[in-house]
Write a protein that binds this ligand. Structure first.
Ligand SMILES: Cc1cc2nc3c(=O)[nH]c(=O)nc-3n(C[C@H](O)[C@H](O)[C@H](O)COP(=O)(O)OP(=O)(O)OC[C@H]3O[C@@H](n4cnc5c(N)ncnc54)[C@H](O)[C@@H]3O)c2cc1C
Length: 362
């Protein structure tokens, strides 16, 4: 069976890899280079608790994927020889006011009631660990199970997998239309050619709504990175001001991220970068002298309820794997599982009911 995957981001490439392992013929189509898109842009946090997700099916989905991550990255290492920087560093959420402290403590209690771990750390204890701390920080909550992955290394590894195992990738080929015959998927028409197959998986990130009639739209995010000393920070800081992600094996602190509904409006803005850098120095004032390494931006694939669209479409043979919004890096392993179980094993995960496109048909 031949599977056509539209979109070579983390979702498309992870799905392609799994189907290739299962013995399918896989073709990936991307309007640019594979391995870029939002997946290259992201921070790589695996952060369901730090994100403050409310109890429910979406939190369960995120927690299950977080639990799968170590094995997912280990398998990729075995396949490609690339360590993609999975790091269970834990994520610390600082409170910048007493009001924020109350909110964070409420979330902590909520997670404890669900049997999840986390602890409050007072400013006094933080001062023993960090030489300079923003003066407004009153303490914060540490979630030891939240983690990170180096998403750029992960995209390099998934791209390498495609190249090494001869998964056919049509790059710089923009899918313009899904072609059907008698309600069944037949081919995709790109700006260059037709690519046919038995099954198509739409994983075109923030652009998915341009290809199929589903409500996926971009939420822009700007990012930056500065120099830090290797090992200077040993956990992620995630706050209302910014999030700060130290990479494990090299001297880089990734700072994220703004959120704006401005469509596909390319470029870094003065206000966006100022917000990020102010967030940095409000957390660590001594970092005002650090060199800026890079500024970049990208587009989260959002849906009206900010949860993904997964599974069958109204076209036989066309499946959706998109709309992962702020958590697409986190959700790659579980997305691969529910999509391959559906197509390969014909097993329908309970999650698919909740994340069906049908919830938007009213
Ligand atoms: C600033 C920022 C920070 C983020 N931080 C995190 C984080 O810390 N943790 C986390 O879990 N998530 C994070 N995310 C979210 C995460 O990056 C996304 O949810 C995830 O990357 C989506 O993956 P994807 O494969 O669906 O999309 P993408 O990676 O965007 O890939 C989609 C691909 O489809 C291709 N494509 C689009 N249209 C067409 C077409 N017509 N024809 C052919 N190809 C097409 C694109 O070129 C692209 O390569 C962040 C996102 C942003 C923007």
């Amino acid at each position: 069976m031949r599977i056509v995957v539209v979109g070579g981001g983390i979702i498309g490439l992870s799905i392609s890899r799994e189907f290739h392992k299962l013995g399918y013929e896989v073709v990936v189509v991307d309007k640019g280079e594979i391995g870029k898109g939002a997946s290259w842009v992201a921070g790589g946090m695996l952060a369901p608790q730090s994100e403050g997700l409310e109890p429910g099916i979406f939190l369960d989905f995120c927690l299950e994927s977080r639990d799968m991550y170590q094995a997912f990255t280990k398998e990729i290492f075995v396949d490609t020889g690339l360590d993609v920087g999975y790091w269970k560093s834990g994520i610390f959420c600082p409170a910048f006011s007493l009001e924020e402290k109350v909110q964070l403590l409420q979330k902590l209690t909520m997670y404890k009631n669900l049997g999840l771990s986390g602890e409050w750390i007072d400013r006094e204890d933080l001062e023993k660990r960090f030489s300079s701390l923003g003066e407004d920080i009153v303490g914060g909550v540490f979630y030891p199970e939240d983690a990170q992955v180096d998403n750029r290394l992960l995209m390099e590894a998934l791209t390498l997998y495609c190249r090494e195992y001869n998964i056919m990738a049509y790059e710089h080929s923009k899918v313009e239309k899904i072609i059907t015959s008698n309600g069944k998927f037949e081919a995709v028409r790109t700006d260059k050619n037709y690519i046919d197959g038995d099954v198509c998986i739409l994983a075109a990130g923030a652009w998915s709504g341009e290809i199929a009639d589903i409500p996926v739209f971009p939420i822009k995010g700007e990012m930056s990175a500065v120099d830090i000393k290797k090992g200077e920070l040993d956990m992620v800081f995630f706050s209302s001001k910014a999030y700060l992600i130290p990479r494990k094996d090299y001297s880089r602190l990734v700072i994220g991220a703004t959120e704006e509904k401005v469509g596909f409006k390319d470029g870094n803005t003065v206000k966006g970068v100022l917000k990020l850098l102010n967030g940095l120095i409000q957390t660590f004032p001594h970092m005002r002298d650090r060199n800026i390494q890079e500024m970049w931006y990208g587009y989260r694939p959002a849906t009206p309820d900010l949860e993904p669209i997964l599974g069958e479409s109204d076209i036989e043979g066309l499946f959706y794997a998109t709309g992962h919004h702020r958590n697409g890096i986190l959700l790659a392993p579980i997305t691969v599982k529910v999509i391959t179980d559906l197509i390969h094993k014909r097993e329908k995960s309970e999650y698919l009911e909740s994340f069906s496109y049908k919830r938007f048909l009213k």
